[in-house]
Design a protein around this ligand. Structure first.
Ligand code: UDP
Ligand code: MG
Length: 326
């Protein structure tokens, strides 16, 4: 099989019919032997029904589909997709056609045209989002690249809209972590990545599934999953404030016994207690973030649980039940 296209879907019943039309005409038209790997991330609408119908219709030569037992998030959906993809080349695309099949096909051709490349990563030549959000994202990636291990070569604008070889897919699947942050994982596994400019289309239908809160949580997960710098930050800040305290003690001694000033520094003391107390709580909080993650990773829970699976070749559907991430 030439190409597997992974599509995470969460409440995408409006988009899926359009997606199926476009994908079958583009990939079918290119004469590829391809499969669509559709992951229903615990949708509450008719997403799974549409996926089953599409698989049985035989419009695409191969369909693999997984339906999660609840909403596990896009990252888990991508892992499920990677685990089920069987093509020589694997692509990832959103269900809302913001990332269109035509671009994915162009990326696929780019990958084949460059024998030394392992991955083609699309980045947005122009961003269609609010200024604040764009600025926050830029700042985040700068901090992320500067503070994480193994991710210095990350292409900051690159999303998870990518096409890569099955070796890259295997490398990604072999990363066993529970807290997954694709952009970091892609950077961490390395390989030769070629950037590819594209312009995202507006969402075909429905609304974005990402709220600002979800995005913030995603960003925090990204930092804590790949960086230990916050832990070291506590050491640096603690050392600096201890040094400052030592200097201040000498100053107070000199002030009291040398200049015979009566110490009248209650406000200073209160300020210092507040400052140091605050710093200690902050560093405890940072340690807590890591501890919580170690706890969750230590439990070894699966990244996703599927309630149904489905595999269709030429419209002949085979159904399966419970499955968990490997
Ligand atoms: N998605 C998902 N699980 C989630 C949220 C989103 O599988 O919990 C999917 C969604 O169906 C879509 C893709 O991830 O295919 C990107 O989501 P969306 O378009 O809402 O995000 P945006 O384009 O606004 O970043
Ligand atoms: Mg979208």
């Amino acid at each position: 099989m030439d190409l597997s296209v992974i599509v995470p879907c969460y409440n995408e019943q409006e988009c899926l019919p359009l997606l199926f039309d476009r994908a079958t005409s583009v990939f079918g038209g290119a004469g590829l032997d391809y499969e669509l790997v559709l992951v229903d991330d615990g949708s509450k609408d008719g997403t799974w029904g549409l996926i089953s119908e599409f698989a049985a219709s035989g419009s695409a030569p191969h369909v693999r589909a997984v339906s999660f037992s609840r909403n596990f998030g896009k990252e888990s959906a991508l892992l499920a997709g990677l685990e089920h993809a069987g093509g020589d080349v694997v692509g990832i695309m959103d269900a809302d056609l913001q990332q269109d099949p035509e671009t994915l096909l162009a990326m696929y051709r780019e990958l084949l045209a460059r024998p030394d490349a392992d991955c083609v990563a699309a980045y947005q030549s122009e961003r269609h989002e609010g200024r604040l959000q764009a600025a926050l994202k830029r700042r985040f990636y700068r901090v992320f690249r500067a503070t994480t291990e193994g991710c210095a070569d990350m292409i900051p604008e690159a999303s998870d809209f990518r096409v890569f070889t099955k070796d890259v897919a295997s490398a990604l699947v072999s990363m066993p972590e529970y807290h997954r942050f694709s952009k970091g994982l892609f950077a961490w596994v390395g390989f030769n990545t070629v950037p590819f400019a594209y312009e995202p289309a507006p969402r075909a239908a429905g609304t974005s599934k990402w709220s600002l809160r979800k995005l913030m949580g995603y960003a925090i997960d990204g930092i804590f999953a790949f960086s230990t710098v916050p832990l070291k930050l506590a050491t640096v800040v603690g050392t600096l404030s201890s040094l400052a305290a030592v200097v201040y003690i000498f100053f107070v001694l000199w002030d009291t016994y040398g200049l015979h000033n009566t110490p009248n520094g209650y406000p200073t003391i209160v300020c210092l207690i507040l400052l140091l107390g605050g710093l200690m709580l902050l560093t405890l909080g940072i340690i807590g973030e890591y501890l919580a993650r170690i706890y969750l990773e230590g439990k070894g829970r699966p990244t996703y649980i599927a309630r149904r699976t489905l595999s269709a070749d030429g419209g002949a559907v085979e159904r399966g039940g419970f499955e968990r991430s490997k």
